[in-house]
Design a protein around this ligand. Structure first.
Ligand code: SF4
Length: 455
C-alpha cells in the first residue's frame, strides 16, 4: 500500500453504508451456503442482480492483506472479496466497472469486532486503484438490519418479509440435512438431495418472494421435507444428539470450520446447530429491549420528546419481533407435522434462562447472550453433548466457554470447545472422537431428546 492511501477517512463514511441496489451487482458473501443462496434468490425476485460469492478460495489473499490479529471470519471474507474482484477484473478486462458492484458486509454494534469488518475492508479496497469505487453495502443490527435505502420505498416491506422467510427456510433445509444424513440409506444421497432442493427453493423464492406468496413456498418446503424423510433408513437406531452453538460465521461456514458437523457425524453423532434466525430475532429483540429501557429512563426524567422517540422505536421493534416469531413458528409447525425436526429457541426464553441462573446479561450483548443459554437449554432438553464452535481468540465465544464449561461438568454433559483458524490441528479429530465416546455413554445412561414431542 502507498502511504497516502492507507486510510481515507471520508471513504469510511461515504463508501460504506446503505446504497441503492438499482442497476448494481449485489455481491453476497457465503456464510451458510443455503442461507446465502436463498437470500440472493429473494433479492433477485425483486429485480436486484444479486449473486453469492465463491468461498474460501481467496484465503491466501485474506492472509496477505490482514495482519493476523483480525478475527478469522474477517480474514476469510477479506480474501473472498479480493479474489472475486480480481477475477472479475481479469474476466471482463476493459469493461470491468468497479462502481457497478456493491459488496454486502453487514455489521453489529456492541463490544465485538464485527462492527469493524466493513471499515477494515474499505481501507483495503481503497488501497487498490481498481477497487476503490466498489461500494460496501452495510446493514446494521442497530435497526435490526432494516432494508431502507437499498430498494424503492414500496419494495422495502415486501423484500424484508421475503428475506426473513428465506432465512427461516434455509434453517429448515439445514436442519433437514443434519437430521437425515446420519441415518441415510445411500451414502451421499442426502448431500445431493439438499443441493438440488436448495436450487429448487431458489427458483421458488425468485417466483413467489415478490408477491410474498409464502403459502406456496411453504408447500414446496413441506414436499422437500417429505422427500428428505424417505432417505432415512429406519433400521438405524438413534444416535447421540449433539447441540452446537458458537460464533455465527464459524459454526455455519463448513470450509471455515473444517466441516466439523460431518466429522462429528463420522464418529456417530446427530447434530443440531443453532439457527441463523436466532441471531436475526435476537437483534430485533435487543432493539425492543433497548427501546424499553430508554423509555423507562426518560419516563423517570419526564423528557417528553425522547419518550416519544423511544415509544416509536419500541412499537417498531415490537411489531417486527411479533411478525418474525409468528412467521417462524408457523413454518416450524408446518414442517414438524411432516417430520420431527428440532424446534428453535425463542430469544425471550433464552434471556429468562440467563436471569434465572444468573449466568450472563443481555446488557453485555454479543452472541454469548445466545450461546450460553442455548447450551443450558440443550443440556436440560436431553441432548447428549454440546460443541462450541468459534474463531480462535473470539471474545464472546471464549467468554461462553469460561462460563459454561464448569456448568457442564457439574451437569455431567460432555462439552467440547473447537476454536478454528486457518491451521489444521493434528489433535482435533482425536478430541472429537473422545468427545463422541463420552456422548455415546451419556446416551446409553440417559437416553436422548425425542423431537416428535414438544419441550
Ligand atoms: S464474534 Fe468473535 S469472531 Fe466475530 S467479530 Fe466478534 S470477536 Fe470477532
Amino acid at each position: 500500500m502507498e502511504s497516502n492511501k492507507i486510510i481515507n477517512f471520508q471513504s469510511l463514511s461515504q463508501n460504506v453504508g446503505r446504497f441503492s441496489l438499482r442497476n448494481k451487482k449485489f455481491i453476497i458473501p457465503q456464510m451458510n451456503r443455503i442461507g446465502s443462496h436463498l437470500l440472493a434468490a429473494a433479492f433477485r425476485g425483486f429485480g436486484i442482480d444479486a449473486m453469492v460469492m465463491e468461498n474460501h478460495k481467496g484465503l491466501d489473499l485474506g492472509m496477505e492483506y490482514t495482519s493476523g490479529k483480525e478475527c478469522f471470519p474477517c480474514q476469510i471474507t477479506t480474501g473472498n472479496i479480493l479474489y472475486f474482484l480480481k477475477n472479475e477484473k481479469e474476466r471482463l478486462g476493459e469493461s470491468f466497472k468497479p462502481e457497478s458492484y456493491i459488496y454486502f458486509m453487514p455489521e453489529a454494534d456492541g463490544p465485538c469486532r464485527f462492527g469493524m469488518y466493513n471499515k477494515y475492508q474499505r481501507i483495503i479496497l481503497d488501497s487498490f486503484d481498481e477497487f476503490d469505487r466498489v461500494k460496501i453495502g452495510s446493514l446494521s443490527s442497530d435497526d435490526s438490519y432494516s432494508l431502507n435505502g437499498l430498494v424503492e420505498e414500496d419494495q422495502v416491506r415486501g423484500l424484508r418479509k421475503a428475506s426473513y422467510f428465506s432465512v427461516v427456510v434455509a434453517d429448515i433445509l439445514d436442519r433437514l440435512l443434519w437430521r437425515v444424513r446420519p441415518y441415510e440409506r445411500e451414502p451421499g444421497s442426502t448431500d445431493d438431495f439438499i443441493e438440488s432442493s436448495m436450487h429448487q427453493m431458489e427458483d421458488t423464492f425468485a417466483k413467489y418472494g415478490p408477491g410474498n406468496a409464502f403459502d406456496k413456498i411453504l408447500s414446496k418446503l413441506e414436499d422437500i421435507v417429505r422427500e428428505g424423510r424417505a432417505l432415512i433408513d429406519p433400521a438405524i437406531p438413534p444416535k447421540p444428539l449433539i447441540g452446537m452453538v458458537g460464533e455465527i460465521y464459524l459454526r455455519t461456514q463448513v470450509h471455515a470450520n473444517q466441516d466439523v458437523i460431518r466429522v462429528l457425524e463420522k464418529y456417530g453423532a446427530e447434530v443440531v446447530n443453532a439457527s441463523i434466525c436466532e441471531w436475526v430475532n435476537y437483534t430485533t429483540y435487543d432493539g425492543l429491549r433497548d427501546a424499553k429501557i430508554g423509555f423507562r429512563l426518560n419516563l423517570k426524567q419526564l423528557r417528553l420528546r425522547a419518550l416519544k422517540e423511544y415509544l416509536k422505536r419500541a412499537l417498531n421493534f415490537g411489531t417486527e419481533l411479533f411478525y418474525q416469531q409468528s412467521k417462524q413458528r408457523q413454518v416450524y409447525k408446518s414442517v414438524r407435522s411432516v417430520m420431527d425436526l428440532a424446534e428453535d429457541h425463542e430469544v425471550g426464553h433464552l434471556e429468562k434462562i440467563l436471569k434465572e441462573r444468573d449466568l450472563f446479561s443481555f446488557d453485555v450483548g454479543t452472541e454469548a447472550c445466545l450461546s450460553i443459554p442455548g447450551i443450558v437449554e440443550y443440556a436440560m432438553e436431553g441432548y447428549n453433548g454440546v460443541v462450541n464452535v468459534y474463531p480462535f481468540t473470539c471474545m464472546p465465544s471464549t467468554l461462553t466457554s469460561a462460563i459454561v464449561k464448569p456448568l457442564m461438568n457439574k451437569l455431567r454433559i460432555p462439552y467440547l470447545d473447537t476454536p478454528y483458524d486457518s491451521s489444521f490441528q493434528p489433535g482435533r479429530e482425536a478430541a472429537i472422537r473422545t468427545f463422541m465416546y463420552q456422548a455415546q455413554q451419556h446416551l446409553e445412561r440417559n437416553g436422548r431428546k425425542d423431537f416428535s414431542r414438544h419441550g
